[in-house]
Design a protein around this ligand. Structure first.
Ligand code: FE2
Length: 452
């Protein structure tokens, strides 16, 4: 056990959810308390850092842990469970001693469906493919196309126009070029649809797409190219460019022209939804005031007894296209992160955001929240001693309203030192069922619903 692990163990509580865990499990039917709707058929698969040692040393940052895939499988009210370390080339190098791969490929941030496969992604060029049924790693996603970039984003967006995925690739140089490209979900063919050039290599974690615009968020958080190229850690490769602007960049998909709209200094890791509405764009984002908020995942800070996760707030930015002006309102006083919506409402008028809640009393994600952005009202959900991961929404097959469905979230019970799946009714935001996994699973990042 490393000194950091000893410290986390001694402090207990939610910090136990940051201890390494590499166990593979495959269980056909977990013990379910309550009732899982029988219409729910498919798999909730997520990824996240799970092993925090490399060469006998504890890594510096949460995001540097090697990825584990977790799957909950739903079949007529029963819930199966699987966990498996992603067998990336990076894992094989760090754990099994195989040669170092040319590209980092450990997909510990997001998962997305690609035809009959899953893709486990990080911000590198190479993404692991896996079998959604077995969680077995099956190599890499074979992208087709000549995209000359150094990094991509880990959050894909579904294009409301083509229904393909859209992503952003970053090419460093005297000028940093951001290539926005579509990816055919079956052939994996990549096609560039727009290019944005910037004098600063600004960092982005997510973006939005509407029928007409690509929307990037440019903050003073920039890449330290030297540290990046020399293989520096997550925190070393990012730095603040003093005096650099914070701005939304709108790229017109028809003309390729870009427009920058200045905003007060802030950082946004997760854009939630963007809607075109005549001459305005409504853009909802999880904003943080501190540019260096990413550093909160440093284990050195997580071991601080006064640690409190940086609060992010759901804000609505209304951009007037004719005047290039922006007005911002906060949609709820709740501090939240890991926002999700009913994906069928992406780029459309919508009403509900689901997210992990940070109330502050426990210093970590100690609840879930449903925000009605129209009525500006919240419904909150808590469970004793539990901390929560990203809530995903799954629609009822015959849904007649936006919130007709369920919410699934992988939680951590700090007293039982065990993880559990919680199933909520998305309309009332009340608990329908829960099922404990056989192991404590380290706090993960993002997941997706895989239809089967
Ligand atoms: Fe993310």
């Amino acid at each position: 056990m490393t000194d950091i692990e000893k410290q986390l163990t001694k402090m207990g509580g939610w910090r136990l959810g940051f201890l390494s865990q590499a166990q593979s499990h495959s269980i056909d039917a977990l013990v379910v308390e309550g009732k899982v709707p029988k219409w729910l058929h498919g798999a909730f698969i997520s990824t996240g850092p799970a092993v925090f040692e490399s060469d006998g040393q504890h890594v510096d940052h949460w995001f540097q842990g090697l990825g584990m895939l977790k799957g909950f499988y739903f079949n007529i009210g029963q819930v199966g469970f699987k966990s498996k370390m992603l067998q990336s080339d990076t894992y094989k190098h760090q754990v099994l001693g195989e040669p170092k791969p040319p590209e980092y490929d450990d997909g510990n941030v997001t998962v997305f469906p690609f035809a009959d496969k899953g893709s486990a992604m990080t911000e590198s060029l190479v993404d692991c493919s896996f079998d959604p049924k077995s969680l077995k790693t099956t190599g890499h996603i074979a992208y087709q196309g000549e995209l000359d970039v150094h990094l991509t984003l880990a959050h894909l967006v579904v294009d409301p126009v083509s229904k393909h995925y859209v992503n952003v690739g970053i090419q460093f140089g005297p000028t940093t070029r951001y290539f926005i490209y579509t990816i055919d979900t079956v052939s994996c063919k990549q096609d560039v649809i727009a290019v944005y050039e910037s004098s600063l290599p600004f960092y982005m974690h997510s973006f939005s797409v509407t029928n007409r615009y690509i929307i990037l968020f440019q903050s003073p958080l920039v890449f330290d190219i030297e540290a990046l190229m020399s293989g520096g850690g997550f925190t070393e490769m990012l730095t603040k460019a003093e005096g650099a602007p914070t701005q939304f960049v709108l790229i017109d998909r028809e003309t390729g022209e870009s427009t920058a709209i200045l905003h007060e200094e802030s950082m946004c890791f997760h854009q939630v939804n963007a809607i075109e509405n005549g001459d305005t764009i409504v853009l909802d984002c999880c904003d943080v005031d501190r540019i260096d908020g990413y550093a909160d995942g440093l284990f050195e800070l997580l071991c601080d007894p006064d640690y409190q996760v940086i609060p992010a707030y759901l804000k609505r930015h209304t951009i007037a296209l004719r005047s290039n002006s922006i007005s911002t309102v906060q949609l709820t006083t709740s501090a939240l992160e890991f926002p999700r919506i009913n994906d069928a409402y992406a780029a459309l008028d919508y009403r509900y955001v689901y997210a992990a809640l940070t109330e502050g009393s426990h210093n970590f994600f100690d609840g879930l929240v449903k925000v009605d952005v129209e009525q500006r009202k919240d419904i909150k959900y808590y469970r004793d001693d539990c901390y929560f991961g990203e809530p995903i929404f799954v629609a009822h097959p015959d849904a007649s309203t936006e919130d007709d469905g369920v919410i699934l979230s992988l939680a951590f019970d700090a007293v039982r030192n065990r993880s559990l799946l919680v199933v909520l009714d998305a309309q009332s935001f009340t608990e329908l069922a829960y099922a404990y996994a056989p192991i404590p699973i380290p706090f993960g990042l993002h997941g997706h619903w895989f239809s089967t």
